[in-house]
Design a protein around this ligand. Sequence first.
Ligand SMILES: Cc1cc2nc3c(=O)[nH]c(=O)nc-3n(C[C@H](O)[C@H](O)[C@H](O)COP(=O)(O)O)c2cc1C
Length: 164
Amino acid sequence: MMALDLIRALAEDAPIGIVVTDATIDSPGPIIRYANPAFACLVGRSLKEILGQSPRFMQGQETREETLATFKRALATGERFHGYLTNYRGDGTKYRAEIDCRPLHSSEGRIEHFVSFEREVIRRVGRPAPGTAGRYQSAGTGGAPLTSALRALSLFEEAYVEGP
Ligand SMILES: Cc1cc2nc3c(=O)[nH]c(=O)nc-3n(C[C@H](O)[C@H](O)[C@H](O)COP(=O)(O)O)c2cc1C
């Protein structure tokens, strides 16, 4: 089974946004090859609108250029990107997205796809905990079984995983 088929099978019912692109970094890539229903819900667009687009469609005025540059560097060097971006939904409303993006390699070691786990987070009220962990919490309460699975895979930081 190809990695994309495997992700498709696992991601379809997942309560967290999962999006897979091809490995083209420069515009018009990366091109979205798969997104699960939770991703469509998160970004407020239909799967039909999403497939074939670049994830840049979620960007807007408050999307930080520096973070995008860091993201792009990670894609180019085949490293994991874990960070936060301001994304915009189909209706123009913005949200804070926690993004965990990794390359998927072929058996020859070539990058074939990127997969990103995305969810909405909200800033914690009050003084942030020491360090960066704990600045955000999940905006939703669902997904407990999946988040424990993701924690086991060390996707997302432990402090961010639990809902309110
Ligand atoms: C799998 C995947 C998911 C992405 N998700 C987002 C996203 O949610 N929001 C965003 O602004 N950029 C996202 N990007 C990053 C953009 O596609 C693009 O790489 C970024 O804008 C930097 O490239 P650029 O400077 O050429 O625009 C994602 C990239 C990949 C590969």
